[in-house]
Design a protein around this ligand. Structure first.
Ligand code: PLP
Length: 358
């Protein structure tokens, strides 16, 4: 079958990015964050390409199920932990590591009668105000977890940074200052750093780093692209020219007639739309690559198609390949044009877009 649109995932790029992260944080183990379908890259294919990671992190139990069903034996950390006893039993069956971020989870663990003690990650909220124990409640939580019967296999501590991509690092310093006294004197492995902190704040590296975006070759910083950080974009979202048309000056194109020909123009119609995850907020004029050359989007993204103004391009034919973002057109650039972040564009790639691992 001829595929019109596909997300090509470069497994060599994934592996190279993992190596680049190891080089940046040489004393840390790497927990590869593969939540949200590996940021749109395909959970199982991405995890298999990253099989050398020391552990994997997912947000939801279903994601861990998929990884275990695919045969992944490595440590898998459930970042949001479990909600009830049913989930706890499932997590035990899957041999997961659990994040413990609230009292109810400690109570579930105290009542649990499984044979295998869980490896646990006690999450402390140092300023994100999303998940985690408040600093003043940390010690009590730590003691209760240490006293579980059977005792936890390992008890580690994790926190999450809210502003690791800020150049000044002030809020990160505050978060670290809240963490430090809590763990002073404890023999414990810590995990603090996401991609931005791995790349910009070596003091956060600790025993375990937790890269997500950087593994996929994309920059977490507004002012830089992945390539400038020594990363290789792993996803190229590509599609196909399915029709061509010539329009006279003054003619409009697309919904709302937003785009209007200023001169005799040629449009390429490309099979890619918001039904594929291309947000409608990508503005008229945003770049699209056809035959390796940039051409402006003409008008709004529709559900299954976009129009591209190819008037200034050498001849384009039906069937030509189009790059929406990836190896030659940074997703960071599209995200900035659309007023969003690369994370959202990657995660939005929809189910109907097949993933091709190369
Ligand atoms: C998503 C997530 C990460 C990875 O963040 P990136 O910015 O993609 O590197 C790390 N830790 C936690 C707790 C997360 O939820």
């Amino acid at each position: 079958m001829t595929r019109l649109i596909r997300a090509r995932i470069d497994s060599a790029a994934l592996r190279a990015n993992l190596q680049a992260i190891r080089a940046r944080a040489p004393r840390s183990r790497v927990m590869a964050v593969v939540k949200a379908n590996a940021y749109g890259h395909g959970l199982v294919p991405a995890a298999l390409a990253l099989a050398d990671a020391d552990a994997f992190a997912v947000a939801r139990l279903e994601e861990a199920v998929a990884l275990r069903e695919a045969g992944l034996k490595r440590r898998i950390v459930l970042l949001e932990g479990v909600l009830d006893a049913t989930q706890l039993a499932q997590a035990a069956a899957l041999e997961l590591d659990l994040v413990v971020h609230q009292l109810e989870q400690i109570e579930l663990l105290e009542q649990f009668r499984g044979a295998r003690p869980f490896p646990l990650w006690l999450k402390v909220d140092t300023g994100m105000n999303r998940l985690g124990f408040r600093p003043q409640d940390f010690r009590a939580a730590w003691e209760r977890l240490r006293n579980l019967k059977p005792a936890p296999q390992q008890l580690r501590v994790l926190t999450h940074l809210a502003c690791a991509d800020d150049a000044d690092g002030g809020y990160t310093a505050e978060q670290l200052a809240r963490l430090r006294p809590l763990v002073a004197g404890l023999e414990v492995e810590l995990s603090i750093a996401n991609s931005a902190a791995i790349l910009a704040q070596p003091s956060t590296h600790a025993a375990w780093v937790r890269p997500g975006l950087a593994l996929y070759g994309v920059s977490p910083f507004a002012a830089q692209r992945g390539a400038q950080l020594g990363l290789r974009p792993a996803m190229t979202l590509e599609s196909t020219v399915i029709a061509l048309r010539e329009v006279a000056p003054g003619e409009r194109a697309g919904y709302g007639g937003v785009w209007r020909a200023q001169r005799p123009s040629r449009l390429a119609i490309v099979a890619a739309g918001y039904g594929d995850g291309l947000p409608r907020s990508i503005p008229d004029g945003a770049p699209v690559l056809i035959g390796g050359r940039r051409a402006p989007l003409a008008g709004h993204v529709s559900m299954d198609m976009i129009a591209v103004d190819i008037t200034d391009l050498p001849p384009v034919t039906v069937g030509d390949r189009v790059e929406l973002w990836g190896a030659h057109l940074p997703v960071e650039e599209l995200a900035a044009a659309a007023g969003t972040i690369a994370y959202e564009l990657l995660c939005a790639v929809s189910q109907r877009v097949p993933i091709e691992l190369v």
